[in-house]
Design a protein around this ligand. Structure first.
Ligand SMILES: NC(=O)c1ccc[n+]([C@@H]2O[C@H](COP(=O)([O-])OP(=O)(O)OC[C@H]3O[C@@H](n4cnc5c(N)ncnc54)[C@H](OP(=O)(O)O)[C@@H]3O)[C@@H](O)[C@H]2O)c1
Length: 345
């Protein structure tokens, strides 16, 4: 069994990691850390875990993590992660970081959208953990930067079109909606029940950080500078992302040809499902699973292709994808511990 620990186990992505890793057939869950709930059992903080795991949470101690683990998941806020990850890497641990701190190749881009970086030397070492695009590099990596939730849905939706050079790279529009767990467990006015319930609103219009992550990764993929408009919205639900994405087609091309490209591009990718027969993705179809569902339509009147992408932000958008990355790093089957088809209701 591989010894694995979770730093930030009490957050929303942390607890999803704990829930999924507790069922993983090749993993022994070791240290769980929390800032505010140290010395409390994870099953007392989250009673749904009571029959699965009763490990006591600890304050973060790199020595203990080094002694008791081979791989550490860091599910910390950005800015905090960059103060912890270098110590773990130095201690010889393999790290899968869920924050934005190691996702960027370009330091300037990170510092423009986030903050001054404490450990820029690790940016080069960090491999962007989107398995469908970066599988070989992830398998050899000691530091995986797990992608953001909106970027996961957006990049998977756009990669086949840009790979085939079918759409203009300066007029893409991503209109995305997320449930409130996307903002984490910490209390804030914007995600307060009365602010979110029976409501629907756009936020961070034209300045959400994920714009830069999506642009950088798509630019690397195409070898061209991709610029796009990304508008996130807050849905009055707990989990799930649905993105509606518009691209201007460069040529007249049939829907069936586009769908063929998608099927070829994602051939063998267990967690990307291209919907056919006129069906479109819904959050219900992916909630609780590691799937990314993609639906495609061509609007003949405007010459646009419209892609609908749905993921569960806590699974394919974070914890599940992180475990998919662990499986690759360990040389296991990519879907180990991730076979669940989801909840639907
Ligand atoms: N939520 C999502 O859908 C999602 C998706 C993709 C990526 N991410 C990224 O994943 C990371 C975690 O997100 P989350 O939603 O799980 O956040 P969260 O619910 O706010 O949880 C944050 C965790 O970090 C711990 N923590 C906070 N400050 C700390 C500090 N100074 N020292 C040590 N531990 C500290 C918290 O511990 P205590 O509360 O126990 O003190 C908690 O366990 C973030 O970087 C986020 O951007 C989130």
């Amino acid at each position: 069994m591989m010894e694995v620990s979770v730093v930030g186990a009490t957050g929303y992505t942390g607890v999803e990691l704990v829930r999924l890793l507790a069922e993983h057939p090749q993993v022994s869950l070791q240290v769980l850390t929390s800032n505010s709930f140290s010395e409390e059992k994870i099953s007392d903080i989250y009673p749904h875990l009571s029959t699965k795991i009763d490990v006591e949470c600890q304050k973060l101690d790199v020595g203990q993590l080094q002694e008791e683990s081979e791989v550490v998941f860091t599910a910390l806020p950005h800015g905090i992660s960059m103060t912890v990850v270098p110590k773990l890497v130095e201690a010889g641990l393999k790290v899968i970081d869920l924050s934005g701190d190691y996702r960027y190749q370009q330091l300037e881009r990170y510092e423009e959208w986030y903050q001054v970086h404490d450990s820029p030397q690790l940016l080069e070492q960090g491999v962007y953990g989107l398995p469908e695009i970066n599988r070989e590099k992830i398998a050899k990596s000691d530091l995986v930067a797990n992608p953001g939730c909106y970027p996961t849905a957006s990049i998977l939706a756009l990669a086949p079109l840009l790979d085939k050079d079918l759409i203009n790279d300066d007029s893409i529009i991503i209109d995305a909606k997320s449930g409130t767990t996307g903002a984490g467990r910490k209390v804030s006015l914007a995600t307060h029940f009365c602010e979110v319930d029976s409501n629907f609103k756009a936020y961070k219009v034209a300045n959400h950080r994920h714009t830069s992550e999506i642009e950088e990764k798509l630019s690397l993929l195409t070898d061209k500078e991709v610029n796009l408009s990304f508008t996130p919205h807050l849905l009055p639900i707990k989990r799930g992302i649905l993105a509606t994405i518009y691209g201007d087609l460069k040529e007249d091309i049939s829907l069936s040809t586009i769908i063929d490209y998608y099927n070829k591009f994602y051939q063998g990718d267990r967690f990307v499902r291209i919907m056919s027969g006129g069906r479109l993705p819904e959050i219900k179809f992916v909630a609780g699973s590691n799937y990314c569902d993609l639906g495609i339509k061509v609007d003949q009147a405007t010459g646009r292709v419209i892609i609908i992408a749905a993921i569960d932000n806590l699974i394919k958008g974070s914890a599940g994808q992180a475990i998919q990355n662990l499986n690759l790093m360990a040389g296991w089957r990519e879907d180990l511990g991730l076979e669940d088809t989801g909840l639907y209701l």
